[in-house]
Design a protein. Structure first.
Length: 365
């Protein structure tokens, strides 16, 4: 199953639609670069482009780099321009003559990837935010083949619901509520993954016959009442994943939580946004991460930050707002949406020059 997931992810991220934007190469872009272990295509493209989501145009089909996913650590990349003056990244030294040859690589050497798929893969299939109604209507565990109140790996589970044999399923518990930090609306509940199972026998609700599942993994004891949902295995995701910066959308989203449940984080952290399908969020969209600069109040003694104003000043200057200067928001990084639900979506931080805070906003780059 994991192999299928990885194949699907590679298809999603490598079959990108060519975008119409004109490439603008950075003035300080290196003429040559030796690929390092741990590099990603995003990292390398960001060295050359202010808009690295346009990387498919930079890695054009050419005799030297006909598949950017077959670039290895140690390869030398060169920045060149074609007859139309368009920039391209090609592989090898200028004097190198191209002819059929066998690549010699170490057994443990792997081509660089676009994103760290080991971070994204679990979220594509297992991460969910469900409403109370969805929890109530989902198939749920009745018990096991032994008279135990809890079950571990290897147990046979009985589920109320018509589940398919040979289908993979995920088992969840109801987690913490998800609240929109902007509107205070309830967006649902975190579905806490507690196990995975394989369908064995399909049940029949009319005849009150439960379905059977083989519990093949669990990270805690499985009890009656836990809900059961099918694992997508990628079949619901599009064959073409168009990575693009949003345009013409007036969207301001907020980050609700992070993968590691911390309030400050950096590159390649997975975050949950308070916007989803109903807000026209789409898979593959690139957003900017913004931070509000603190407001300043002009006083007789000079400018001060509002939070540093004394209680006496606030009391004697009720019209302090007239002397307040609102500071702008500054972009500190980019993230990309990779999974969209009805009211929420999951995104991965692609780049940032400062630590990202959970209170930072997300909008058009």
């Amino acid at each position: 199953m994991i192999k299928k997931i990885l194949i699907t992810i590679v298809c999603l991220f490598t079959s990108l639609i060519a975008l119409a934007d004109v490439l603008q190469v950075k003035e300080n872009a290196p003429k040559t670069y030796v690929v390092q272990k741990g590099d990603t295509l995003w990292d390398i493209s960001a060295m050359y482009l202010n808009e690295p989501w346009l990387w498919p145009q930079l890695w054009r089909i050419n005799p030297e780099v006909n598949n950017p996913h077959l670039i290895y650590p140690g390869d030398t990349l060169r920045l060149v321009f074609n007859v139309q003056g368009e920039p391209m990244l090609v592989k090898g030294k200028p004097s190198l003559k191209w002819s059929p040859q066998i690549r010699k690589t170490l057994k443990d050497q792997n081509p660089i990837s676009y994103l760290p798929f080991d971070v994204v893969a679990p979220y594509l299939d297992y991460a969910r935010v469900l409403t109370g109604k969805e929890f109530a209507q989902a198939p749920y565990v009745l018990g096991g083949d032994e008279k135990y109140k809890s079950n571990m790996e290897g147990a046979l589970l009985y589920v109320k619901g018509e589940l398919n044999s040979q289908q993979h399923y995920a088992i969840y518990e109801k987690g913490e509520p998800v609240i929109d930090p902007q509107t205070q609306e309830s967006l649902g509940y975190h579905a806490k993954l507690i196990g995975t199972a394989q369908g064995v026998r399909k049940g029949n609700l009319t005849d009150k016959k439960p379905s059977s599942l083989y519990l093949d993994s669990s990270n805690q004891e499985i009890r009656a009442g836990s809900i059961v949902l099918p694992v997508n295995e990628g079949q619901l995701y599009p064959a073409v994943y168009a990575m693009q910066a949003i345009k013409g959308k007036d969207i301001e989203a907020r980050m609700i939580s992070s993968r590691n449940l911390v309030r400050e984080f950096g590159k390649f952290e997975v975050v949950l946004l308070n916007k989803g399908e109903r807000d026209e969020i789409r898979m593959g969209e690139v957003y900017g991460i913004y931070r509000q600069s603190p407001d300043v109040i002009e006083t007789d003694d000079g400018p001060i930050y509002e939070e540093d104003a004394s209680s006496w000043y606030r009391l004697t200057r009720p019209n302090a707002s007239d002397r307040r200067i609102s500071m702008p928001k500054e972009q500190i990084g980019h993230l990309m949406v990779f999974k969209v639900l009805e009211k929420t979506s999951y995104a991965i931080v692609l780049a940032t020059h400062k630590s990202v805070h959970i209170d930072d906003t997300v909008g058009a780059p």
